[in-house]
Design a protein around this ligand. Structure first.
Ligand SMILES: [Zn+2]
Length: 218
């Protein structure tokens, strides 16, 4: 099953119109136009990318984990997965994936959940929720804290046990693995390059990410 999902992209990094490194632990926010391709690369491996997507012209329309899982009848995201909005439209489609499986059940880490899971002394450690808020408010244009809802955890492995229990496991990603999407509408993407130090989603060591964007194929 997993082998079928492993699809490489034919797009050449030298022809990308955008090529940026997102430092370890930092957020990234950017608009992607209809039919552009965006590739997120797990540069050093096992680095979760907590990601939100919005309709670039209406932030009320945003990524829905529920609609996405229901539409494809599967809880894992990979090649072929349409990422569905809260209004039932396709925001982007995953067109290539060399990792094979991405989570959308685990949510984003927050200072509160980190403290509950890992102890009071972790209370002030930076978390994805803070990165999301910082980037959303910095972006402005009406994007606010209340717009931060369902997210995707690219490159994060959250297996579900036969009893239905969620577990955070060692990553299935590795250095240079990537996921690539085609935008099906103008979207605003917000990534938190997860700063979490207390669980294996980042191999206890947050690392950078590379983001590439290509214009539509002519
Ligand atoms: Zn996180």
């Amino acid at each position: 099953m997993q082998g079928k999902n492993l699809v490489e992209s034919a797009l050449d990094p030298a022809k990308a119109v955008y090529d940026q490194i997102v430092p370890a632990g930092e957020p990234w926010i950017y608009e992607i136009s209809t039919w552009q391709y965006v590739r997120m690369i797990d540069v050093e491996g096992n680095q979760a990318a907590d990601t939100l997507f919005f309709n670039a012209h209406d932030y009320e329309e945003r990524y829905s984990a529920q609609e996405t899982m229901r539409t494809q009848g599967n809880i894992s995201l990979t090649t072929g997965t349409p990422l569905i909005s809260s209004q039932g439209n396709v925001l982007l489609t995953i067109v290539a994936d060399t990792c094979g499986r991405h989570d959308t059940l685990g949510g984003a880490c927050a200072m509160e959940s980190t403290m509950v899971r890992y102890g009071l002394e972790t209370r002030d450690m930076h978390a994805c929720r803070q990165s999301f808020v910082q980037a959303a408010l910095g972006w402005g244009r009406g994007l606010e804290k209340r717009d931060i809802t369902h997210n995707i955890n690219f490159f994060m492995n959250v297996p579900v046990t036969p009893e239905g229990k969620l577990t955070f496991a060692d990553g299935v990603s590795g250095p240079g693995k990537y996921v690539e999407m085609r935008a099906e509408m103008d979207v605003l993407a917000l990534i938190s390059n997860c700063p979490q130090l207390n669980n294996p989603c980042n191999a206890y060591n947050p690392t950078p990410r590379r983001v590439l964007i290509w214009d539509p194929e002519v």
